[in-house]
Design a protein. Structure first.
Lengths: 276, 288, 334
């Protein structure tokens, strides 16, 4: 039965939903707007919503002052590197669990998940100590490894749920057609799994980009990514609203855009396939 | 399902992931356990040998422990109640027909993608600053005295910041769950004469119960570990020191590794209790 | 060539043995159908022959050489799957060419063979489409095309028609039969549908719980089923079984009459009963008859449109020369 929704009801829904949506989005919007204000206008009372002199000055100041480029580059390297490394390890593992399941597959999957639940603070010092011993403290390589490890369970899980949707018969057909294991993975599985792999990469990239425990505690100068860059604005620079906003906007803009593309996959990734 | 050849290949392909995670789990865990039974002060004499369960006892008897437990509970419960309640309402609203649904969805989800340090700083300075923050302006506009949020109402402020970050997560998952509700079920209930509220109570809510449980469990695990939001805003002052933050301070600020490690073991046990319930649900889901 | 021999083959999944020791020979060029109710092990048997599952004990020989430990690709067999298992990201042409590409065949040879297969199967018009853009029947033909280009020593079909609608199924049945006549290659075909088995097979293998109940030509199975199971499984509608006094008259524990071997007569007859449901197909009428005093509901086929309705009394005269007799163990007595 197609119910005729009265346009009045639809109008009410629309109004309420947009109001709430804008309210939730407001802090982000406000940050973006403030980043284009002068410092004086940023703290003007009453606040100016749109009628200010738009300026890009804050961006150039932030870029000059804090070597934003290096933080950005670190964020990209750490998020990107850990994602690629994670995929290299996770694709074969997820393949074998999805297509050659054994009695222990379920236990292994759940165990992998349980490592994700380990509170970081509980193992902070050992990792810190190991990093010093191995000379990894404040190194990008060290953070790439840590990010890879903390997100590996999610990567394996997401890939596993995507792979499971590929019918086994297709892989068997390839086997009957004379494909070796390598050819089967290369010509059949990978092309079919590309959408799933892409969204797994996207989610993992976002999670690694926003991670703010290990990045704050294991870096100082060299390997510090954008999370640390922003944390350094805590004070007293934080009182310069316009510059804080410009720095914040630059830190979140790339990921906000990526995030909007990945909202559907997000649910699957974050609930380990328990909600679809 | 398969042949011997593919089974041994599978084992080899699984090995790197399993070995890496096993190492990542066991090595630090064993080290933490080891340290927790020793007096270890890197800046004041280093490793001074075994102390038995002293660290465990000291950690729970310290004057900071119970307040930290209380703070943790208040934050976790506060955020859970807010995000789940608002999440249910919001997801039901977003499920209704409206204009620009996709855009509203994007607006609602956005906070989830903001890195924790950014959201903490933006809230702290631009909204909760007692002089120039948006809230101060609002309060003054209504003739009220601006509040020093992060010192006078520190816990509600933190709860609010964290809820803002996690509401999108709850909404998104509950929305996905609502959309899988068979509309014929609701229509059948309507035919059976159930009014709106009854339909919500007897059909929508039970349908959502699994998703709600998952939201609660996953959020709990992450909320027990929130760090950046406190690190950037109050640094643990004004009664916002959670259990994890307390451990962090013991380890990195006062450099009492033994004591911090004992706290870490408590945190691990706590997280595992929650994790077991989550595993059960996820595991059941794997069977079908 | 395409002779396949199973010698004392068994298959266990963990503790459960799904196929007890089994011997079977499939001769070169034969169209063999494995038929049985679902879960009878027929698909498992096919997958053992294909090499997609390891056999637990025993040997499989293909053309006289031991293939027990060969990987699927090396057995020279081609398989058509129930879900067609087409590669969704490849065009029809690439799907058909895939096995040849895997065999590292030269491009010119591949093109020639693919075109030939497309010609035979009427696929030329869709050759550059993706499987997603094809109808069920067309997909089925692509799957067959992918199998025939390899010129395998035998074809394996795993319930290939079960995803098609009834009308298409009849058409594809004919096409596969014709293909077999044309290629004269061994084919092994798995189905749960005894009509498919009867219409296509040179040889039917009836399976139940992993055990071969009978092997024979369709008419052999129809005329002389070795036991009650085969008698009940082959033939549609199902054979009527009668026990007790009536069976004792024939010195048997159970007797069976096929619905087409019981005539509806105006009056008299050996048995009578009340019409329950009457299915009027036009060419035939099937009566389900209650209250015959012979046990279960009886099914009878009458030629043409016989105008008896629900509740009418019906008189029946079985053709005694067509009786099937079984002993207490369910085995046929001659």
């Amino acid at each position: 039965m197609a119910r005729a929704v009265t346009s009045r009801r639809k109008l009410v829904n629309t109004t309420v939903a947009w109001a709430i949506g804008l309210l939730i989005f407001f802090p982000i919007l406000w940050t973006i707007l403030t980043s284009f204000k002068t410092e004086a206008q940023a703290i003007a009372s009453p606040p100016i919503f749109l009628g200010f002199d738009w300026t890009l000055e804050n961006y150039s100041v932030v870029l000059e002052r804090s070597n934003y480029g290096r933080f950005l580059w670190n964020s990209i390297l750490i998020a990107g590197g850990s994602t690629i490394l994670g995929l290299i390890v996770a694709v074969p593992a997820a393949w074998s669990m999805a297509f050659v399941p054994s009695k222990r597959t379920k236990d292994i999957l759940l165990w992998m998940l349980s490592t994700k639940m380990l509170p970081a603070v509980g193992v902070l010092y050992p990792i810190y100590l190991l990093f010093i011993k191995l000379g990894l403290l404040d190194s990008r390589a060290g953070l790439v490894i840590v990010m890879m490890l903390i997100n590996l369970p999610i990567i394996v899980w997401m890939l596993y749920t995507y792979f499971r949707e590929i019918p086994v018969e297709i892989l068997e057909a390839a086997r009957m057609d004379g494909a070796t294991l390598k050819e089967e993975v290369l010509y059949i599985l990978t092309p079919m799994a590309i959408p799933g792999i892409a969204s797994t990469m996207l989610l993992n990239f976002i999670l690694a980009w926003n991670e703010a425990f290990w990045t704050l505690n294991l870096t100082a100068v060299n390997a510090a990514p954008l999370t640390a860059f922003i944390a350094s604005y805590s004070s007293p620079e934080g009182l310069f609203f316009a510059k804080l906003s410009a720095a914040s906007t630059m830190a979140i803009a790339p990921i906000l855009i990526l995030g909007w593309f990945s909202q559907k996959q997000l649910v699957r990734g974050l609930t380990f396939g328990a909600v679809k | 399902m398969a042949t011997k050849a593919s089974r041994s290949a599978a084992r080899i392909m699984m090995a790197p992931a399993v070995i890496l995670l096993l190492g990542w789990m066991l090595v630090p865990l064993i080290m933490t356990l080891w340290f927790s039974f020793r007096t270890y002060l890197p800046l004041r004499g280093g490793d001074q040998g075994w102390t038995g369960f002293d660290n465990y006892v000291r950690f729970v008897t310290s004057s900071a422990f119970w307040p930290a437990v209380q703070t943790t509970l208040v934050i976790v419960l506060g955020v859970l109640i807010i995000t789940v309640a608002l999440g249910v309402l919001l997801s039901m609203l977003l499920d209704q027909p409206m204009w620009g649904q996709g855009v509203v969805r994007i607006l609602v989800i956005a906070p989830f993608f903001v890195m924790p340090t950014v959201s903490a700083l933006v809230w702290k300075n631009m909204f909760m600053d007692p002089v120039n923050g948006v809230f101060a302006h609002l309060w003054r506009f209504f003739g009220a005295e601006p509040v020093s949020w992060l010192s006078d109402a520190s816990l509600p402020s933190i709860i609010m910041i964290v809820s803002w970050q996690w509401l999108p997560f709850a909404t998104l998952i509950l929305l996905t769950a609502i959309q899988s509700l068979d509309s014929e079920q609701l229509e059948a209930a309507e035919m059976d004469g159930a009014p709106h509220l009854k339909r919500f109570w007897f059909i929508v809510l039970p349908h959502l119960s699994r998703a709600i449980t998952i939201v609660i469990l996953i959020q709990t695990i992450f909320l027990l570990a929130i760090f950046a939001e406190i690190f950037v805003t109050t640094g643990g002052a004004f009664g916002t020191r959670t259990l994890s933050y307390l451990i962090y301070q013991r380890v990195l600020e006062s450099q009492n590794i033994g004591l911090g490690s004992a706290g870490g073991v408590y945190a691990i046990i706590l997280a595992n209790i929650v994790a077991i319930f989550l595993m059960r649900i996820v595991g059941k889901n794997l069977d079908n | 060539m395409g002779q396949i021999q199973l010698k004392q083959v068994t298959k266990s999944f963990g503790e459960t043995q799904v196929i007890p020791p089994l011997d079977l020979t499939i001769h070169d060029g034969e169209f063999t159908v494995f038929v049985g109710p679902s879960g009878c092990g027929k698909s498992t048997l096919l997958r053992l022959i294909a090499g997609l599952e390891d056999i637990t004990t025993g040997h499989i020989e293909i053309d006289g050489t031991d293939a027990t430990d060969l990987v699927p690709a090396k057995r020279g067999l081609a398989m058509v799957f129930q879900s067609y298992a087409l590669y969704p990201h490849m065009s029809v042409r690439k799907n058909i060419a895939f096995p040849l590409r895997m065999a590292k065949m030269e491009q010119a040879e591949i093109d020639q063979r693919v075109n030939a297969a497309a010609e035979v199967l009427n696929l030329a018009d869709y050759i550059d489409r993706r499987p997603g853009q094809l109808s069920g029947g067309q997909r089925q033909r692509v799957a067959i095309g992918r199998a025939i280009v390899r010129e395998p020593s035998a074809f394996l079909f795993d319930e290939p028609l079960s995803n098609l609608d009834a009308a298409l199924r009849v058409g594809m049945r004919m096409e596969i039969s014709e293909l077999h006549k044309k290629l004269e290659t061994t084919m092994i075909y798995v189905t749960h549908d005894q009509v498919e088995a009867m219409t296509m097979a040179d040889k039917i293998v009836v399976l139940q719980a992993g055990v071969i109940e009978q092997v024979g030509s369709p008419l052999e199975l129809y005329r002389t089923p070795r036991n009650k199971f085969v008698a009940g499984f082959i033939g549609s509608p199902k054979m009527n079984f009668i026990e007790g006094e009536e069976a004792a008259k024939h010195n048997a524990h159970t007797i069976g009459f096929r619905p087409e071997h019981i005539d509806v007569v105006e009056s008299g007859g050996m048995w009578q009963g009340t019409v329950g449901v009457a299915e009027h197909l036009g060419s035939d009428t099937f009566f389900h008859i209650h209250n015959t005093g012979l046990g279960e509901t009886m099914t009878v086929r009458a030629i043409g449109d016989v105008s008896l309705k629900h509740g009418d009394t019906i008189h029946l005269s079985p053709r005694v020369e067509e009786v099937h007799k079984f002993n207490a163990e369910g085995l046929r007595i001659e």
